[in-house]
Design a protein around this ligand. Structure first.
Ligand code: DGJ
Length: 747
């Protein structure tokens, strides 16, 4: 790994064994983009890759030099209004109303390691040798402002992280109207764009489209990263698939409004930008003030989508997630939400907890409904004191009883919200994020608290701290159940309003950080009506996230499959719930429900006091299995083998890094009539090693001993039952059938 500056050519080359990223100072002092992709040998000058073109009417900054135009040059951090007609990476309004900028290269710093971003989540290094950082300082002396572009390259990852800082030295101040975290200009448009799109209970569905002229964008203007789009975008060559071909991943470490887009201009080049959504963003910087953008993480793969995912998984699991829980096996928990909803009392909770303990569950999590008068969802958010009618001993009393059973206790909060019917709202109506002089929307009967204000965050912190100090709480589920609507910060002036959306999310991060510092042992799980805030920003604070409110095993195959494009298995909250399922009313076997939920943090979310002894015995076995294998499943190399978006069946595997041991799960959605016999082709095994293959549950079938190359190239038959299963048993498999195989190298 190195970052070289070639003085004569004025070029920066960042490279490691896998990738190269090359930047050149252009003749006008702006930064040109030269190359990003597979590693190429370093040399003094790659200037020939800056392609000059003579085009009619192209704006030229140098009189008579028609070939030099920013309209077509590939750039690092382009501005509008300097000849470039494409969407800009930033926009600055000056006191006199001008938005013209001319940022020229001034100097650079190269240093070992990587800086943290104040108040913002970011990928980190543990040792300086893990990465090197280049900071390029640009200056527009006319408006006395600097832009610092930061690029980090890692020793062992094909990753470039980018972020930007604006430094105002102008006595009259400047106003940022747009400030993307990064831009990448690519020389052609021969890509497909892949998005993770969805809606409530249908998050992160994989959607692919051909890149074409114009802008294809995804975004959130909802205040959270959203169910609708994840802050992730992928470009892949048209021939690339899960296992081969060139793939570029772009992921934003941010949890608020974002914009990510690919623009193809009419000369067939592609511009990718990603950052805070400029809608309603207007950030005034006074003299000596700075603005820091969130971080964008770019992953390069020359070997398909799975390889890109492997990189994101490892990077985010080991260098974004922090704290005690980063490397720990995640506890198997039971959550009472789908068992009781709001209708519980201490006795009911303890009955569930007792049974949970009997079958080996480790954490009991008390969900919504434990505070104020919260017997339905139109009240009490913000009144964080226990409802003593439901829980006579309060939270300390209940947590003590749960711990006496030998389990840890977890608790649900929704810190960012309040209801009209709450003591908090009655005392502080001005604390909500709406103009209280006008009509404003409720959503799920609640209002968003104005977390842009320090006093609001501090108040909620004190409330939570009291509970967490009085009782023994080992886990927090931090929920967020509505989008923003009329965003206004009451009592604040005009200049403040354009800052509110970003300041809000900084407030969320600040509260998380304060709680993490004060209570470092607590395991946080983020949640937003299921998976509306499953983003890298929150992984920095909460090592796991509730993947979706949809707990149906069949729908979860797609949701978890899409989520795994970016996010590690250890981050995906996944529970076995009741059948018929509460969201889609589908009946699925306990086997299939668990076979899906194993590939996540694993837990239960149903009333286990109503289950038969037979079902409880089965769950006991599942828990023994997960305790034994969770380390491998949650930290192994997870590979998607067959897409549920394209087939009636799906499969994935997880293998230990040393390829000694792993699991392969196969899911068949609908039972076909005399359907085809299917083989699943495993990946990344040692071709010459012998592996024993055993089906984990059910018939406990010995599926033989096979060489790695057989399992990869000839495949494992997943629908041959010649060894003992009768035709009748086969017919009974029916819809939503699944199998889980254990693969282990023979010594
Ligand atoms: C939405 C969450 O996603 C659910 O799991 C549950 O916690 C409810 N909120 C509680 O209101």
């Amino acid at each position: 790994m190195a970052i070289k500056f070639h003085e004569r050519a004025k070029e920066f080359h960042l490279y490691n064994d896998s990738i190269s990223y090359i930047i050149k100072v252009l003749k006008n002092g702006h930064l040109g983009h030269v190359y990003y992709g597979k590693n190429i040998t370093d040399k003094e000058d790659f200037g020939y890759l800056i392609e000059y073109a003579k085009r009619d009417m192209a704006p030229c900054p140098f009189e008579g030099e028609h070939c030099f135009s920013l309209e077509s040059l590939k750039q690092e951090y382009p501005t509008f209004g300097s000849g470039d007609m494409r969407y800009p990476a930033f926009e600055i309004e000056q006191e006199d109303g001008s938005r013209i900028c001319d940022f020229k290269y001034k100097k650079f710093h190269i240093f070992k390691g990587k800086k943290t971003l104040e108040g913002l989540p970011a990928v980190y290094v543990e040792k300086e040798e893990e990465a090197e950082t280049l900071e390029i300082i640009l200056e527009d002396s006319f408006i006395q402002t600097e832009i610092i572009l930061s690029y980090t390259i890692f020793e062992r990852f094909p990753v470039i992280t980018k972020s930007v800082q604006f430094v105002c030295e102008n006595a009259r101040g400047i106003t940022l109207l747009n400030c993307m975290s990064g831009c990448l200009d690519l020389p052609d448009k021969d890509y497909e764009i892949v998005k993770l799109a969805g809606r409530w209970s249908k998050e992160r569905q994989v959607k692919t489209a051909k890149l074409e002229y114009g802008i294809q964008s995804i975004y959130s203007m909802r205040g959270c990263s959203s169910h609708q789009f994840n802050p992730f975008l992928m470009l892949k060559r048209e021939n690339a698939d899960e296992f081969s071909g060139e793939v570029l991943g772009f992921s934003l470490v941010y949890s608020g409004d974002f914009l990510a887009q690919a623009e193809v201009d009419n000369f067939d080049s592609t511009r990718v930008i990603m950052g805070i959504h400029p809608n309603e963003f207007r950030w005034k910087l006074e003299k000596n003030e700075k603005f820091q953008t969130p971080e964008m993480v770019m992953v390069y793969s020359d070997n398909g989508i799975n390889k890109m995912s492997h990189i994101y998984h490892e990077l985010y699991r080991t260098r974004l997630v922090r704290g005690k829980w980063r490397d720990k096996e995640r506890p198997i928990l039971i959550n009472n939400w789908e068992a009781t909803y709001f209708d519980f009392n201490e006795e009911k909770i303890l009955n569930i907890a007792n049974k949970a303990k009997e079958i080996g569950i480790e954490f009991f999590v008390l969900d919504d409904g434990w505070f104020g008068e919260r017997n339905q969802d139109d009240r009490s958010l913000g009144d964080w004191h226990a409802n003593l009618k439901k829980l006579p001993g309060g939270i300390p009393g209940l947590s003590e009883k749960i711990e006496a059973l030998g389990m840890k206790f977890g608790l649900w909060f929704e810190p960012e919200m309040t209801n009209k019917n709450s003591d908090l709202f009655r005392a502080h109506p001005e604390w909500i994020l709406s103009d209280i002089r006008r009509n404003y929307c409720q959503s799920r009967n609640q209002y968003v608290l104005d977390f842009s204000k320090e006093e609001v965050v501090d108040y909620i912190y004190q409330q939570m701290k009291k509970i967490l100090t009085e009782a023994s709480v080992s886990y927090i589920k931090w929920d967020m159940n509505r989008s923003f609507s009329e965003v206004f910060s009451n009592g604040k002036g005009k200049d403040y309003q354009g800052k509110v959306r970003h300041k809000y999310i900084l407030g969320v991060y600040r509260l998380y950080e304060k709680l993490k510092q004060e209570f470092p042992d607590i395991l946080f799980e983020s949640c937003a009506s299921g998976g509306a805030r499953f983003d890298p920003g929150l992984l920095y604070y909460a090592p796991q996230a509730w993947t979706s409110d949809n707990t149906d095993a069949v729908d979860r195959i797609k949701i978890q499959y899409g989520t795994s494009y970016v996010y590690p298995i250890s981050s995906m909250g996944s529970h076995v719930s009741a059948s018929p399922n509460h969201q889609v009313f589908r009946n699925t076997s306990l086997d299939t429900r668990a076979n899906v939920a194993y590939f996540g943090t694993f837990g239960y979310e149903l009333d286990i006091t109503k289950l038969s002894e037979e079902e409880l015995d089965q769950m006991k076995e599942q828990i023994i299995f997960m305790k034994k294998n969770r380390k491998l499943i949650q930290t192994g190399v997870f590979t998607r083998l067959k897409s549920p978006f394209e087939h009636n069946s799906s499969a994935w595997q997880v293998m230990s890094e040393d390829r000694e041991e792993g699991f392969m799960a196969y899911f068949r959605i609908l039972q076909p009539v005399y359907g085809k016999l299917e083989r699943i082709f495993m990946k990344d095994l040692d071709p010459k090693a012998k592996y024993s293959v055993v089906e984990c549950f059910g018939s406990r079938q010995d599926c033989g001993v096979h060489y790695g190359d057989e399992l990869m190239y000839a495949g494992l038959s997943v629908s041959d039952y010649s060894s003992g299963i009768t035709d009748i048993a086969r017919e009974q498999q029916g819809d939503y059938f699944s199998r889980l195989f254990h693969i282990k190298r023979e010594s």
